[in-house]
Design a protein around this ligand. Sequence first.
Ligand code: SF4
Length: 169
Amino acid sequence: MLTEFISAEQCANCRLCCNFHRSSAWESPSLHPELADRLRQRGIPLKKREERPGCAAETFELHFHSQNPEEPALCPLLGSEGCILPRKERPFECLIWPLRLMFSSEGIPSIALYNAGCPAVLLPKDREKLIQFAAGPLLPTLRRYAASFPSVIRPFHPNYTIIGELNSK
Ligand code: SF4
């Protein structure tokens, strides 16, 4: 999560973004190949991301026991006190939550904001500050990461609001 906007305490009480359902398994974080190698060496089970044909990224394997789309599955790295990875070892998508890199419905690489219930962006003033941060100080980091790992850009999903183009200026 973006610690500038979400406190560790707020995150620990919510865990929305570390708790998936069969229907939202596509949201599990994409792992940069170097991070995937390190996690594999530690015995963490990984699998290819499936939401886009030909996507080169891997993600965590989630364990479901039924075909129920609402069956939940926790990220295997979620411990009783939050993520067990040190912050500098976490997937990029976890670090920038509730933002994501995503193609717009017109296919333009963009910055997207989760719009389906993250408590950090429920208040309009917090949401506006976050949008300004994404379009300002954070933008070079987002661009650098997308250039080094294009698979991180997700197909458009309506649970996200596009807040700006990634390469507009
Ligand atoms: S890697 Fe850590 S922060 Fe990311 S989804 Fe898993 S538990 Fe949450």
